[in-house]
Design a protein. Structure first.
Length: 535
């Protein structure tokens, strides 16, 4: 009865390739490469050091340079100031020394003499006063130089070294006069052999920045690294920068009588930035965008392109689901304020330009984003058919579509002529599994794989399922598969191989259900699958 019903219903059931039955637009598979180019190095607020160098080369004095970068400021005089610079924190042990005998004032107010470098930990046990044993001294310890400067970890410093302990770790601070501190900063922040007027401008800016950014409260005033300014102690002093510090002694930039926060950095790219355009900050009248005409001498005036793949961008920016495109939104300072991130589902996430700079390791927020992208429908292309690739070639010159089969050489398919928005589409008819990419100049985009599937035809009649494949290939592995009761899993219930002309024969199924034929040929094709049929 089952056999007669099957034959009557099926008659000669011939099924077409599955791809021909698709009703709704399929999701896409994309391969996207971003090319990021930009200008400058640093946050862009305040003085560009290369710009200052350029202005000095063109005859500007340091007062003109400072006034240019910090609009509306005037030079004032700093009061005598002692700065406490954090040199080391959370250390298990430190070594304080000098080439000459020196002294230490302990926390109880007792002064001791020291004849040799002292290495000690949180217990503050030091060999003092000529005794052969170590004595634990009360914190904090203030080391006082003798006839030679003190040193910490083999680096020498002017002024005093103050070491304190919390019982577990030690902290070391250099306490010294403001002018001595600036001597140890200028050459660490600007090459010492640059034009004298640029060095003078750096001295004024460094002095001002130190005073403006002093920490309120706590055991120290400034860090000894990029969290404040890079401070090298005596090792950071040079004759050229010492002369710049001396000739500008105690001079600071002020705005309405208060010391100005004189941010500085390497390279502007040709224009500085207003502070509110880079950071989430209220406007500051003297930190506004200005032309930086001579910054072009910097090797970082222009940079890029830097190449990023979409998967890496998604990971770095923390965007779940992937990234299809990036759109940079530029502010009044020509910097990128935000970046709109287009995801595969059509939704958009917004990331600040500062965060994009940090996560992608860009030199500045003055950047542009070009894109090379190819996308295809998320389904296999049947042999003998065609596929339309959609793409983006934005912000690039002369994009070219290339293809490759297997491990062969890349060959040009055609030049691409994108629209004004950078979009294009191209219809192709690859004969086997093929790979495509976009290139521009020396830059190549991500590779998109286009799978070509064997076309499987199946006819159910009598006691057999017969059919053929295209292309006609011999020894293809044929399976008759039945859909399990879970509605997901397919199980093989019969096998065969294709003949030289691509035909095959399988025993007809004997149990009612849903079936399909799957053929694996290899040789440049992904497995082909017939439409599902039931009886």
């Amino acid at each position: 009865m089952l056999r007669r019903t099957l034959l009557a219903a099926a008659a000669l059931l011939v099924v077409a390739p599955a791809s021909a039955l698709a009703a709704d637009p399929a999701p896409t598979v994309s391969a996207t490469t971003f090319l990021v180019s930009g200008h400058g190095w640093g946050h862009g607020i305040g003085m560009s050091q290369y710009g200052a160098y350029g202005y000095a080369q063109h005859g500007w004095g340091y007062k003109q340079i400072v006034a240019h970068y910090y609009k509306g400021t005037a030079l004032g005089t700093a009061p005598p100031t002692t700065l406490r610079v954090l040199l080391a924190s959370n250390q298990k042990a430190v070594t304080v020394g000098s080439t000459q005998p020196f002294k230490v004032l302990d926390g109880a107010g007792v002064t001791h003499t020291i004849a040799a470098p002292a290495t000690f930990g949180a217990g503050l046990a030091i060999q003092v006063d000529g005794h052969p044993f170590k004595t634990a001294l009360p914190s904090p310890l203030t080391f006082l130089a003798g006839a030679a400067p003190l040193s910490l970890a083999a680096r020498s410093y002017r002024g005093k070294l103050v070491v304190s302990s919390d019982g577990k770790r030690v902290t070391a601070i250099n306490s010294l006069a403001l002018e001595s501190y600036v001597r140890g900063v200028v050459a660490m922040e600007m090459p010492h052999d640059w034009a004298p007027e640029a060095l003078k401008a750096q001295a004024v800016v460094a002095r001002s920045y130190a005073l403006a950014t002093k920490r309120v409260g706590g055991s120290f005033d400034v860090y000894g690294d990029t969290r404040s300014q890079v401070y090298g102690g005596l090792a950071g002093e040079t004759p050229e920068t010492d002369a710049a510090v001396k000739s500008t002694a105690r001079q600071i930039a002020t705005y309405k009588g208060k010391v100005a926060t004189t941010f500085f950095y390497s390279t502007s790219g040709g224009r500085t930035a207003s502070i509110q355009d880079v950071w989430n900050s209220p406007p500051i009248p003297y930190l506004v965008s200005v032309e930086d005409s001579y910054d072009s001498i910097s090797p970082y005036h222009d940079w890029g392109p830097l190449v990023f793949q979409s998967a890496g961008v998604a990971k770095k920016l923390g965007v779940k689901g992937g990234v299809v495109d990036l759109e940079a939104i530029v502010n009044r300072s020509q910097r990128v304020g935000t970046v709109d991130v287009l995801k595969p589902d059509g939704t958009t996430a917004t990331v600040s330009g500062t965060d994009v700079r940090g996560e992608l390791g860009l030199r500045s927020t003055w950047f542009s984003i070009a894109a090379l992208s190819l996308a295809r429908p998320n389904e296999d292309m049947p042999f003998g058919g065609s596929v339309t690739l959609s793409g983006i070639a934005r912000g690039v010159t002369g994009p070219v579509l290339e293809s490759r089969v297997g491990n062969g050489l890349w060959k040009q398919v055609q030049a691409v002529a994108p629209s004004a928005e950078g979009t294009f589409s191209v219809t192709l008819a690859p004969q086997v599994i093929s790979f495509y990419r976009l290139t521009t100049g020396k830059t190549t985009g991500a590779v998109l794989r286009v799978p070509v599937a064997t076309v499987v035809n199946a006819t159910l009649a009598g006691t057999a399922v017969t059919g053929s494949i295209q292309p006609a290939l011999a020894n293809g592995q044929v399976e008759l598969q039945q859909l399990d009761v879970d509605g997901v899993t397919w199980t093989a219930v019969g096998t065969a191989t294709t003949a030289a002309d691509g035909t095959y024969t399988l025993p007809a199924p004997t149990i009612p259900g849903s079936y399909r034929v799957r053929v694996v040929t290899g040789r440049g094709y992904v497995p082909g699958i017939s439409p599902t049929f039931t009886f």
